[in-house]
Design a protein around this ligand. Sequence first.
Ligand code: ADP
Length: 511
Amino acid sequence: MIKRVLVANRGEIAVRVIRACHEEGLAAVAVYSEPDRLAPHVRDADAAVLLGPAPSAESYLDIHKLIAAAKDTGCQAIHPGYGFLSERAAFADACKDAGLIFVGPPASAIRAMGDKTEARRRMQAAGVHVVPGTAAPLRDAAEGRREAKRLGFPVLLKAVAGGGGKGMRLVANEAELESAFEAARREAQKAFGDGSVYVEKYLERPRHIEIQILADHRGRVVALGERECSIQRRHQKLIEESPSVAVSPALRRRLSEAATAAAGAVGYVSAGTIEFLLAATGEFYFLEMNTRIQVEHPVTELVYGVDLVREQLRIAAGQPMRVHGATGPGGQLHPRGAAIECRITAEDPFNDFLPATGVLQYLRVPSGPGIRWDAGIEAGNDVTLFYDPLLAKLIAWGETREIAIQRMRRALNELVIVGLPTSQPFHLRVMDDAEFVKGEIDIKYLERAGARVLAAPPRAGLDRALAVAGALLADDCRSRTTAGLPDGRTAAGPSPWVVESRRLGLRDGLE
Ligand code: ADP
């Protein structure tokens, strides 16, 4: 029934979905904006459709253009990836109206879980604990104050339509409430076109633990264990792992039961994630459900031996999922070994994670035992401010967590990115940090460890030398670009600068 899939996304997740299509024997059609014409997802697909200029509203977020691209190229299905339109119920509806299969859950499930207060009500009805808070949006700041006093400060104001930490405000005391309420409302209105906010008790040092589920059209729901995503900055994930050192088999069973109940409560189909906050006492609370594939899905794939994107495609085609060994609600598979993911972003970790732009001059990709590299960029690509700063994900698997960390450290040392700052050195510091290595992590980790892992290295002189080398390399790439391939390579092989830097062991000299 499905032969050709339109991949309505860009970057690493578009490449990931194209790979899954090809392994399933399906053709994949890419879409792209003008600055993305040389991106790997465009080259890897069987066909590609130009959507329009750089701004997402005129390209990756334009529902009409995407549906037209799918129809024009003979696709039967659309995979939305994550971000962009992946959690817009209107997009799932538009696909259906156009006779296309949306590779994801039914629009009704997206709608129910996209409204955080509605999701909380449904979870409570299904017997799942939610973080204490209001069941409906706040009418005004006065109601916010009453509810906050009832819950006890500190509290968190949250956007009902929230995502990506937007419209979220921590309120330490009564005096701060009114201005925080107005700020949260404004931010939510701007980001989601809906200024509704509600209030939750702020938990002091929980872990962020989420459960991966898969559900098919035949009523089968399985839980694929947890991911620990407590290493965050400003409520956004940086490093994820599976399994979590804090989750015993008994706790995993309870979390899985709550997650499958959550999925059942909204008639869920496809891959989805139920997020929880886990308190030090072992109690856990439903946070939200993400009705799509997650950035951090590879760690689950490595420890559970499942290809989640291929399963999404199979389920969308009406086939049964191919996950073996688990049945029924709370059914479980067992993790094998441990996996860790580091998000490699175009941000300067030593300058408050300032987003970085520029041409990626040179890239050396790590490989070898237990290493997976999921990237949406390659040497010669231009990194702009138009899109998410995520360049690639480096994932390490090991028989134990300790081995996975050792492998990640080794792979991070192999990775060379010249042209712009990235989060790579931050990840190396974390892999060496005693607290992280012991697994003593929670969502406040970075606040505590910041002084250790975010202090700028004393290497200004070396940075200057690297900048000069980078500039020379840029000139070299440019002159080759006119004569050779568009990404700076030539048929004759890598640039002499690259050969020379390898010969000199440039990276070793910089440490
Ligand atoms: P978003 O949908 O905007 O990403 P989430 O509800 O998923 O927001 O929360 C993102 C992160 O914010 C969590 O992983 C956690 O670190 C923090 N957070 C959210 N709610 C609470 C809470 N009630 N108490 C403490 N931290 C919270």
